[in-house]
Design a protein around this ligand. Sequence first.
Ligand SMILES: NC(=O)c1ccc[n+]([C@@H]2O[C@H](COP(=O)([O-])OP(=O)(O)OC[C@H]3O[C@@H](n4cnc5c(N)ncnc54)[C@H](O)[C@@H]3O)[C@@H](O)[C@H]2O)c1
Length: 257
Amino acid sequence: MISIDLSAETYLVTGAAGSIGRAVSRTLATAGAAIIVADLSHGAADDVAAEIVAEGGRAHATAVDITERGSVERAADEGERALGRITGLVNAAGVLRAGAVDELSDDDWATSHAVNATGTFNTTRVVAPRMRTAGSGSIVNLASVAAFSGSDVGSAYHATKGAVLSFTYATAGELAADGIRVNAVCPGWVDGGFTHHALATAADPAALIATANSMHYLGRMATPDDVAGAVVWLMSPLAAFVTGTAVFVDGGYMIKH
Ligand SMILES: NC(=O)c1ccc[n+]([C@@H]2O[C@H](COP(=O)([O-])OP(=O)(O)OC[C@H]3O[C@@H](n4cnc5c(N)ncnc54)[C@H](O)[C@@H]3O)[C@@H](O)[C@H]2O)c1
């Protein structure tokens, strides 16, 4: 029987009020970790933190805008005052601006990069020195199969997920000497978050669901909990020798495409 005890850990989770961030936060808390529940929406972060506490876990909600380094510093300081030294980071905040390449606006391109790419840079550069002091740490970045494949979803999104993946590899090498591991998780379609945003405006939601399901050999989309399972493993001592890699949680999406 393998059990994961993360009770000595304090993790900053961004996008923690989103579909995947919430599942990650709750699952990590179940394994004992204290969670700094950070999201653009303070109210939604409060709700997730309250859920974790109601389930017997430890959590502190804070508002953060990851596009601003100062906002990340403030959220990290506040979280550490509440829950102790940060020993891990999960970058689950993100945006998806869809559209054909000649229809994406300057704002679509800039915002995609500001949140997905620069946001990951900001959180990493704020948290890495704190983990370096502790002598160990783990970072998981939400990338996507979009970093490896094409689609008609939106080139801005694909470009930023490629950036997240390359940044993961680079920082894994750079921070290894400090005992800090950095990995990426790459889901296919997830039944939540961005997929639900797309379904809300789809002309034929049932057809979109059927198409999304059929893109995975396992015949369905991932659940947010499927993604959370991989994140918990990467954050845990079970993955002590795993760094600079991309873990696919894609039901066979990549080998089908
Ligand atoms: N849903 C999918 O199908 C899917 C597939 C592959 C990868 N991903 C990745 O997983 C991550 C989470 O996606 P999701 O589906 O849970 O989306 P979601 O929309 O449910 O959650 C995203 C969260 O990020 C927060 N956020 C946005 N901008 C922010 C900012 N500037 N600062 C702080 N927080 C901010 C939002 O408030 C939201 O709570 C993203 O990085 C996404 O690229 C999602």
